[in-house]
Design a protein around this ligand. Structure first.
Ligand code: SF4
Length: 307
């Protein structure tokens, strides 16, 4: 084995271990998968859902609890969709799966005027079909392949355009009230998933066969976050960490914190108010090569908690 190959193998093992650890931690933190669950993994043919299936199968083999996995792909009949790719891949894996064929493409083309964005109707239709399929298969959880960067992009989109501080939930009941949806990749970085998909040579199918333009606002935010990640190492980790560290007394939602009830007897809450002084914001994260954030001196305890 050449030195180069040995290094590649070492790097891949490190990457795989990190992804498995992040998925394992997310599952544990949010109690995503329980004994006896039947987890329906939604497989689009994109890198994230391939990685999700791959890592969940790996964890399944080593988990102390027993759960089943069924992969589901929705063939939406977009022109050029390579319908043979996923069945061939899943047959080779030997995983239980179902391909659902529904011509949502024609419905979308019929309903949305030429030149308008098609993704929202397309994904709404897809959601309904996947919920129905989960019921038919007796799935107790629906697993989606959204990752850390999807969560941050959604947070910023909601702040910029929706006026809410909200992102994608790691685990929640679906909008039809019937299913529990989980996002086991919630702690995984997109760049890790890109490298993993390359190394595992997943047969990727693009989600733009229909010719629809990508969501431009989301794309702009993704580019901005990627730029920050290059120029300010640790910023993205810190942003993500902030989602796990809310301080309602220092925000402005009076439904979350009883500001009206505050009086001199309330005591000092969350560090109290520091009047005219600006809050000190010491950098808490730096990044060693492209791996894990490492602690600044004196920050070891907090960093250990970082996912
Ligand atoms: S890119 Fe095409 S297939 Fe993908 S969600 Fe948008 S409309 Fe649907």
């Amino acid at each position: 084995m050449s030195v180069q190959t040995a290094k590649q193998v070492y790097n891949f093992n490190k990457l795989q271990k990190r992804l498995r650890r992040h998925v394992g931690e997310a599952i544990a933190d949010f109690n995503m998968i329980e004994e006896g669950d039947k987890v329906m993994v939604c497989l689009s043919g994109g890198k994230d859902s391939y990685a999700l299936l791959d890592i969940l199968r790996n964890l399944q083999a080593h988990a102390p609890i027993r759960f089943d996995i069924v992969a589901v792909n929705l063939d939406q009949k977009q022109p050029g969709f390579p319908a043979h790719v996923l069945p061939a891949y899943l047959d080779e894996l030997g995983v239980d799966y179902k391909i659902v064929e529904e011509d949502t493409y024609s419905i979308v083309k019929d309903k949305i005027p030429e030149g308008k964005t098609t993704c929202s109707l397309c994904s709404r239709l897809r959601r309904g079909i996947l919920y129905r399929t989960a019921t038919e298969l007796g799935a107790t959880k629906i697993a989606l392949g959204h990752h850390r960067d999807d969560i941050l992009e959604t947070l910023l989109l909601n702040m910029f355009y929706g006026g809410t501080l909200k992102s994608m939930p790691p685990k929640l009941v679906s909008d039809d009230g019937k299913h529990v949806v989980i996002r086991p990749l919630a702690y995984c970085k997109e760049k890790d998933l890109v490298r993993y998909a390359e190394a595992r040579a997943f047969p990727i199918i693009p989600c733009n066969l229909c010719g629809s333009q990508e969501n431009l606002q989301r794309q702009a935010i993704k580019t901005m976050l990627q730029d920050w990640d290059k120029r300010f190492p640790g910023r993205i980790e810190s942003m993500f960490r902030s989602l796990q560290n809310l301080v309602p007394s220092h925000l402005l939602d009076h439904r979350l914190f009883d500001f009206k009830g505050v009086d001199r007897d309330s005591g000092v809450i969350d560090g109290g108010d520091i009047a005219f002084d600006k809050p000190e914001v010491a950098p808490r994260f730096s990044v060693e090569d492209d791996d894990e954030p490492v602690a600044e001196p004196g920050e070891r305890l907090q960093i250990i908690e970082l996912k």
